[in-house]
Every structure is written in C-alpha cells, then in structure tokens.
Design a protein around this ligand. Sequence first.
Ligand code: PMP
Ligand code: GLU
Length: 398
Amino acid sequence: MLSERVRNVQPSPTLALTARAQELRRQGIDVLAFTAGEPDMDTPDFAKAGGLEAIHAGYTKYTPSAGIMPLREAISEKFRRDNRLHYSPDQIVVTCGAKHALFSALMAILDPGDEVLIPTPCWVSYPEQVRLTGGVPVLVPTDESTDFLPTYEQLRVAVTSRTKAIILNSPHNPTGTVYPRQTLKEIASLALSHNLWIIADEIYEVLVYDGHVHESIGALGKEVFAQTITVNGVSKSYAMTGWRIGYLGAPPEVARAVACLQDQMTSNPCTIAQYAALYALREGHIGYLEQVRQIFAARRQMMVEGLCSLPGVRCFVPRGAFYVFANVQGLLPRRAGERMLNTAADLAEYMLEEARVAVVPGEAFCASGYIRLSYAVSEEVIRAGIERIGNAISELKE
Ligand code: PMP
Ligand code: GLU
C-alpha cells in the first residue's frame, strides 16, 4: 500500500495537459497548445555559454548543497539591485527550480496541521505542496471585482491560531494580476500582527505591463523582511525551464534548514545548470529582459483583443506574467451536439476535441468558470487559436 501522503496527492494538471497536447501533436494531430507555462523562445546564448564552459572546464562534480558561491553572490546582488532585498549569500539557497524552492520552504516552516493562506485562483502546486508537508491549505477566493486581489478583511477572518504562513504570487499565475504596494502593505501588517511567514513567489517579476510595477513585499521594512521567504528563478525570465534552477532568499535559520533538506534530499542542483544560471544573471539582466518583456506585451495585446471579441468571453486584462484568465461563465451551460458543457473543464475538453485547442480549465487553479491561456506562443498561433475557439463557440447551443 502506498503512503497516505502519496495516495492523496494530485498530479499537476498544467503539466498533464501540456503533455497531452504534445502527445496529440506527436500523433500528427494539429493541436494549438495554450497550456504551457514556459517561454517559447530558446535559452539565450549567453546563458548556454555558462553551461558549455562548465562542461569543458570539468565543473561536473558536486557543489555545496546550497549552490556555488559565485551564483549565490550573483543572486544576492540581483535581489539588492532589482528588489531592494538585502540577503547575504548565506541567506540564499539555489534549488532545483522555483517549484522545489517553494516545497523546501514549506517543509522548513510547517508542522502537520499548520494552516497556510492561499488566495485563489492559485497556481496548481501550492495547495498540493502544502498538503504534502502535512499542512492545511486555506483557500481565500478572489475575483475580477477586486482585480483578483484578496482584501485585508478576507485574509483577517481566515486567520486562526493554526495559521502559519501565506503564499503570495505576484505577478500572478493564472490571473495576471500584480499586487500593488497598498495590498502588500496590508498583507505585511497582517503577517506581522499574527506572526505569519510570507512566501513571496516572484518568478514572473520581469513580466509587467501598462506601467504596473513589481514590488517585493520583503522590501517594505526590516520586520516584514525577517518574516519573508522570497522565491525566484531563471525559468521564466531567461527561458530556462528545463535547466531547473530556482532560488530563495530567507532569514538565516530558514536558509540553513532548506540547505540541510537539500543535503538529504537532492544534494546540489545540477552543477552545469548552476553555471548557466550564473551567466544568465551576470550577462543578461537589462537589455535582454526588456526585449523579452516587449515580446510578451505585444502578444498579450493580441490575445486579450482576440478573446474579448468572442461572444460570452470576458477578460481581466493581465498586468503581468504571460497568461490570460478568461471568464467563460457567459458560455455555460451550453449544448455541444449530444453533450452538455456545464463547467469550464467540460468546455476545455470540448475545445481540445473539437477545436484542437488546448487550454487549462480554471478548476486546476481552484476557480470555476474560467479558462487559462498562456500567450507564451507565437503571434501566428494566437491568431489561429482565437479563430478556432471562435468557430467552436459558434457551434454551441443554449
Ligand atoms: N511559481 C509559479 C507561479 C509558476 O507558474 C511556476 C511555473 N512552473 C513556478 C513557480 C515554478 O517554476 P520552476 O520552473 O522554476 O520550477
Ligand atoms: N508553471 C507552469 C504552469 O503553470 C508550468 C507547469 C507546472 O509546473 O505546473 O503552466
């Protein structure tokens, strides 16, 4: 018999749907996939050079579990320069992707039964990771009426004597909201008055649009900094999803605990990938990141305009990241031939089968009535996808 922990864990629906779209393509079926949460561009040459040089120089052995010192120094510098966060290199741990940083952070701070506040819609892995550590996810629902931001009051009433932490993600997957300073201040004050850890997932920090700015909650003051674990990585900013390098900055005792967990669970993240991340952070930050941001800004525009032109579809205009979380409540319920589409999951299945367009239903993010489309795809794919979705919608009957 497998452990109870494993019997209860759900696979990642975003990864599963991405794999399904890829499998259909492999079978020669022309599927347009809006599922993947990864940039479609290649890893930039300046980052690849770090990996190649590491191989040629023989940097192919174990490193300290927390990561090589030059990389931790580069991350420390990045946090200081971009986020006004003053983590020394020994407060930084390099991890196997940001996903692993999040999981290790939760392992480091949660005891069984501890509650973690998670504003929803939320990224698929947060509730599962909390459950895997024995913690209890407490979902705090938001919607377009507050720009998908939780209110102070909502969070306050969700706090109990067991609440240990809150997970924030800004810029946000899947809604594209960006937490403004005022909301961050309110959350910081709640965290301080109830002694909560804040886990700030800032993986999409580079991707902000229309003058919205990314702010790090840990930079709001010394007290809040001491209760914040800041998670980031190179996957999204440098198109390095496959290299599996993320990192966290944390108070010293948390960083030590996470490094110790890595000692026992993974040892260091791939040495070669660490060098690639080092080169990415050293070489790439200004011009490259702005170029990437502009590419996504143009695609966002196309995607939002396309979706909003479809009857029954409404869009919160994303302010960051590379997803549109489209409200499809106006399309439900509907009949498609013999079958009834009652939920966004039904609609997503219909779109895949009939329109050959893969999207992620809101249910994956703990929100019904929405579908998520990633615009980390080419403009041609966006154009063709909108057309296919439009045709599929026009077949639906009330
Ligand atoms: N946080 C969020 C909100 C994400 O969307 C992702 C994407 N997978 C991650 C963390 C994890 O990123 P990584 O590939 O670095 O593990
Ligand atoms: N974060 C990405 C997404 O939301 C990648 C998939 C995953 O890690 O779940 O699609």
